[in-house]
Design a protein around this ligand. Structure first.
Ligand code: F6R
Length: 262
């Protein structure tokens, strides 16, 4: 399998490209199921989608599902990913909270919550377009390095790097939780299409390893080589590509060698 690579000049064009993928998904299937990443990278695209919605893009029949959620926060915390998505996506787009399938921060039985989430995703007919970001360490969702490629939704411990990187995003909590619940890599790979967004030089190493290195559970994003319809939408800084000639370049990545691991 290959990953389709789309390199643009800057973050704004990455956001526009992601908006175009969401728009296409909705125009093709008005009741599409869209998987939403949280994190900083897709937020501009979510703002732009608000403009599209106000200009007439009808998202009222679409369903949205969360990719991951912190564990141990009060559900009312503004830092829970459900609340971040409500504030930055659902409400500005004029959507109903009921349109988003959420993961609970305060699930008493996380194993049961994870199993129920998998069932709910299946009941929705699966995800048509999954939006992903990527961590500096190559994580997707909160599948940190070492996550098995056959993993489903489950409780995970966040890597120190992830907790460090996410600390500045907190608006209320004083520390990033140690644990989270995340769609597993196998769960993510079941989505019919995947669009990954990455911007900035801090992501360049993970991107370069994904495009040129081996497919290995040491680098969770490399699992996307096993998906038939995955696109990596990145800016110049994340591409670290001397051949980049801007403003937009399309390329299909070389086949990465498949490792026995993962
Ligand atoms: C968020 C998520 C994470 C982020 C990643 C990048 O739901 O699953 O994998 O996408 O940590 O975060 P940003 O975009 O803040 O660099």
């Amino acid at each position: 399998m290959t990953i389709n690579l789309y390199v643009t000049d800057h973050h704004g064009l990455v956001a526009e490209a992601l908006v175009a993928r969401v728009r296409d998904a909705i125009l093709t299937k008005p009741d599409a199921v869209i998987g939403l990443a949280t994190g900083r990278t897709p937020m501009l695209a979510y703002q732009l989608l608000g403009q599209e919605a106000r200009a007439g893009l009808d998202l009222t029949r679409a369903r949205f599902v969360m990719l991951d959620e912190y564990l141990g926060l009060d559900p009312s915390s503004p830092d829970s990913y459900a609340n971040v998505l409500r504030e930055n996506f659902i409400r500005p787009l004029g959507l109903d909270d009921e349109q988003m399938l959420t993961l609970r921060t305060d699930a008493a039985d996380v194993v049961a919550e994870a199993a129920e989430y998998e069932q709910s995703l299946n009941a929705l007919g699966g995800v048509d377009l999954q939006i992903l970001g990527v961590g500096r360490n190559g994580h997707i969702g909160f599948n940190e390095p070492g996550s098995p490629f056959d993993s489903c939704t489950r409780r995970v411990r966040l890597a120190d790097m992830t907790r460090l990187d996410n600390a500045p995003t907190l608006v209320y909590e004083t520390a990033v939780p140690e644990h989270a619940i995340t769609q597993g890599i196998a769960t993510i790979l079941r989505a019919r299409r995947i669009a990954v967004v990455a911007t900035g030089a801090s992501k360049a190493t993970a991107i370069a390893r994904c495009l040129t290195g081996e497919v290995s559970s040491d680098l969770p994003i490399s699992a996307l080589h096993r998906h038939p319809q995955c696109e990596l939408i990145i800016d110049r800084a994340a591409s670290n590509d001397p051949d980049f000639s801007g403003p937009i370049m399309r390329r299909t990545s070389a086949h990465a060698p498949v490792s026995a691991r993962g």
